[in-house]
Design a protein around this ligand. Sequence first.
Ligand SMILES: Cc1cc2nc3c(=O)[nH]c(=O)nc-3n(C[C@H](O)[C@H](O)[C@H](O)COP(=O)(O)OP(=O)(O)OC[C@H]3O[C@@H](n4cnc5c(N)ncnc54)[C@H](O)[C@@H]3O)c2cc1C
Ligand SMILES: NC(=O)c1ccc[n+]([C@@H]2O[C@H](COP(=O)([O-])OP(=O)(O)OC[C@H]3O[C@@H](n4cnc5c(N)ncnc54)[C@H](OP(=O)(O)O)[C@@H]3O)[C@@H](O)[C@H]2O)c1
Length: 258
Amino acid sequence: MIKENKYTLEKITYVKQWTDHLFSFRITRDAGFKFIPGQFARLGVKKEDDTFVWRPYSIVSADYDEELEFYSIIVPDGEFTQRIKDIKIGDDIYIDKTNYGLLTTDRFENGKDLWFLSTGTGLAPFISILYDFSIWEQYDKVILVHCAREAEELTYQETINSFFNHEYYGELVKDKLVYVKILTRDTKDGDLYGRITTLIENGELEKYVNVPLTISDSRIMICGNPQMVDDTRKLLATKGLTISKRANPGNMAVENYW
Ligand SMILES: Cc1cc2nc3c(=O)[nH]c(=O)nc-3n(C[C@H](O)[C@H](O)[C@H](O)COP(=O)(O)OP(=O)(O)OC[C@H]3O[C@@H](n4cnc5c(N)ncnc54)[C@H](O)[C@@H]3O)c2cc1C
Ligand SMILES: NC(=O)c1ccc[n+]([C@@H]2O[C@H](COP(=O)([O-])OP(=O)(O)OC[C@H]3O[C@@H](n4cnc5c(N)ncnc54)[C@H](OP(=O)(O)O)[C@@H]3O)[C@@H](O)[C@H]2O)c1
């Protein structure tokens, strides 16, 4: 339960349907709502009996954007997504005033290469972080890995590719950003095929991006399917990579979606 003075009522301003089970939407942003790129918000819808359903959602937008964008799955019997799957411009949505989450780059110290490993909608927080100018100053390479089952689920390609020749980001980004599209159940339109875990284990991912995963240089953020997050974390631990904690900075920061 979130108390009444802890949330604001916002309006839907934009909806984009990617596939029958994936869509994005934007909402108005209260002037007081602050967040760090990589964090999530808690979104709410009101039920018929005036109680709420709340769910955490990673923010896709830049921290300076006027509105807030979210990228969502539609779960066939999901309590929240069945209520928002048909939202339209002008509809109501509630948002908790608090910003949440530790999937932020301030978890890391030093490091040369920033890796984003995502499955499905786990891509969302990394789009927000791409808009953070400080990462382009700090890192030599920023490697964005998006793994999905099928080609149509490789969403946000236009947004990601637009960074390479963007008016403000282009010069900073063009020699640093490496975007890797991975598919597990389609055999075309990806850069690599197979699970992220398999591609790390067999060395294909490092070979493709031409950047090694090392304790000294790699700072790795992992987001999406909890089994993927766990398996990847364990696999990287075998190379000596550790979870980054405030008191003990390391290599990895992770977020599970369910
Ligand atoms: C920190 C955090 C951030 C999140 N950010 C996002 C986000 O940006 N976009 C988003 O779509 N979801 C995100 N989620 C998941 C989201 O909160 C809901 O679980 C999701 O919207 C489904 O809600 P639901 O009530 O319809 O189904 P739920 O009852 O919440 O979930 C039912 C089942 O659906 C599956 N599922 C849930 N979410 C996903 C997903 N994203 N992709 C694939 N399968 C899923 C799982 O098997 C889960 O057990 C996040 C979760 C957490 C904890
Ligand atoms: N048309 C539809 O209605 C439709 C289509 C797609 C999905 N769905 C449903 O939507 C839900 C979510 O599907 P999703 O595809 O977004 O999420 P998902 O099941 O988490 O899969 C996303 C990606 O993560 C990979 N992955 C899963 N577990 C992993 C692990 N342990 N290690 C490494 N990689 C792993 C998957 O590879 P694998 O392919 O090898 O599992 C896939 O490439 C599912 O319940 C699914 O049934 C519905």
